[in-house]
Design a binder for this molecule. Structure first.
Ligand code: SAH
Ligand code: ZN
Ligand code: ZN
Ligand code: ZN
Ligand code: ZN
Length: 456
């Protein structure tokens, strides 16, 4: 076992190659501070090999959580007790309830006494100023600031564990308008604090606005701003509610209100995450919804938007065959790559995957999207309908070209290589390798060099 973390290894190579595979969340798994650990196994060319072990579900970097245990390892009573103590010590300093009481006191303070410690990312009460005297802080925290915590808190940019990429305002507004137009009244926001915030602020400002949101996120800083009915501390890689049965029940109730109708789940997980772990949790959330006593539609799935890069399409469809990928490009504020530049558009690879009927997802015409009558869905302006494939085939928004030898449309920058017998980048190496790429599954390159990720 050498550094790097199980998630990093499994996430970057996938089950096709010599790497680590996720066996899943299993009953009776040992716990780290992030809830039950996940079971992994070393694989070689898809075959299981070697000892199975547990590792942290949430952290892909050993520096963030170094939990490790062989599946067949005997753990002594002393070590178990030490582990429990460790897990307790690594919980946040205040409970959600305590944070709510603190908030109530905080809003009673005059503006001049409202401080937010930037180092501890915490609202401070006057009695605590002393303790934070050598920390940087913001003063005069307004009600407006308290209502937009995603602006007040700094985005956690630790790439491996908590990469927080916040929606650009335009994308966030688009999502909310879409949800409203589709008639949804409740949004389960899983890892979408900014969407949650937009819904909360509209609900408090506009009278006829009738959408509500429940935020599920691992970022406990949000518990300073939202009640237990608005926020649950949740780990989406192992479906763990840190607040225990009560928090789980809050979520269940939220899903099952109005007979389970008019609710949708929207999630925007960290991209480095294990798709199978996410899918397993999302299925459990869907099952929570399905268990409502509602008449006649037990075959239906809970509506869902899973926001994720387009190159994960096949992985997502493996777990959710009813999903399709929309062309809408989701933009972010703090991600240089995924943001619209001043000069024209830098294409974002992030899309919406949904189990709703594609034709219902109306994309903004003023941004160039148009409806394809044959495909019965909105597509991006560059996405041409291919007569041979009989579909709008572009995944990245650029116009793709049809290759008669590959019998499919490929990226405009690709050429057919007779050696490899497929289309690829011109400057590729034809050498064979039996380690497949995690992203496209093809041999000959690693994920970092995958032609399907490259931009011209
Ligand atoms: N675009 C979204 C934010 C997506 S960033 C928005 O603007 O609202 C990913 C989000 O998932 C972050 O809020 C992060 O805190 C959360 N997250 C990361 N790991 C998580 C985990 N294991 N369980 C639950 N949430 C997690
Ligand atoms: Zn501080
Ligand atoms: Zn084609
Ligand atoms: Zn080809
Ligand atoms: Zn590849």
């Amino acid at each position: 076992w050498e550094g790097g973390g199980a998630m990093a290894a499994a996430g970057s190579e996938g089950p096709r190659s010599a790497a680590l595979a996720l066996l899943g969340p299993v009953p009776g798994a040992p716990c780290c501070p992030h809830g039950p650990a996940l079971l992994f196994v070393k694989t070689s060319q898809g075959k299981e090999e070697g000892r199975r072990f547990y590792a942290c579900s949430a952290c892909r970097d050993r520096k963030d959580c170094n939990f490790f245990q062989w599946e067949d390892e005997k753990v002594s009573e002393t070590r178990l007790a030490a582990r429990e103590a460790y897990n307790r010590n690594h919980q946040p300093p205040f409970t959600h309830r305590q944070n709510m009481d603190r908030y109530k006191n905080f809003v009673l303070l005059p503006l001049s006494k409202r401080r937010f410690c930037q180092e501890c990312q915490q609202l401070l009460l006057p009695a605590e100023w002393e303790k934070h005297s050598d920390h940087q802080f913001l003063c005069d925290i307004t009600t407006a600031q308290l209502k937009s915590p995603s602006q007040l808190l700094y985005p956690l940019e630790n790439k491996k564990t908590n990469a927080q990429y916040l929606f650009a305002d335009r994308s966030c507004q688009f999502l909310l308008n879409l949800l409203r137009d589709l008639g949804f009244r409740r949004v389960l926001s899983v890892g979408t604090p900014r969407l949650h915030e937009l819904i909360q602020s509209k609900a408090s400002q506009e009278e006829e606005f009738s959408v509500r949101s429940l935020l599920l996120d691992i970022d406990f800083r949000y518990s300073q701003f939202y009640t237990e009915d608005e926020f649950c501390h949740y780990n989406m890689f192992n479906h763990h509610f840190f607040g225990g049965e009560a928090a789980c029940e809050t979520c269940r109730k939220f899903l099952c209100e109005e007979n389970g109708e008019r609710v949708i789940m929207v999630t925007d997980p960290p991209f480095g995450g294990l798709v199978e772990a996410l899918a397993s949790s999302f299925k459990k959330l869907m099952a929570m919804w399905r268990e409502t006593e509602k008449e006649g539609h037990d075959t239906k799935e809970m509506p869902m938007f899973w926001i994720f890069p387009y190159f994960f399409e096949s992985r997502i469809l493996e777990f959710f065959p009813s999903f399709s990928m929309m062309d809408y490009q989701v933009d972010y504020d703090n991600h240089a790559l995924y943001k619209h530049g001043k000069t024209g558009r830098r294409q974002s690879p992030v899309r919406i995957f949904t189990n709703l009927t594609p034709s219902m997802i109306v994309l903004p015409e003023e941004e160039g999207y148009r409806f394809c009558a044959v495909c019965q869905r909105y597509v991006s302006s560059g996405n041409q309908h291919c007569e041979i494939c009989n579909s709008c085939t572009s995944k990245d928004g650029r116009r793709w070209k049809h290759c008669v030898l590959c019998k499919k449309c490929v990226k405009p920058s690709w050429f057919h290589c007779n050696n490899c017998n497929c289309c690829t980048l011109q400057e590729h190496s034809c050498e064979k390798s039996d380690v497949g790429c995690f992203v496209c599954g093809k041999a000959g390159h690693k994920r970092s060099a995958c032609p399907s990720l490259s931009h011209p």
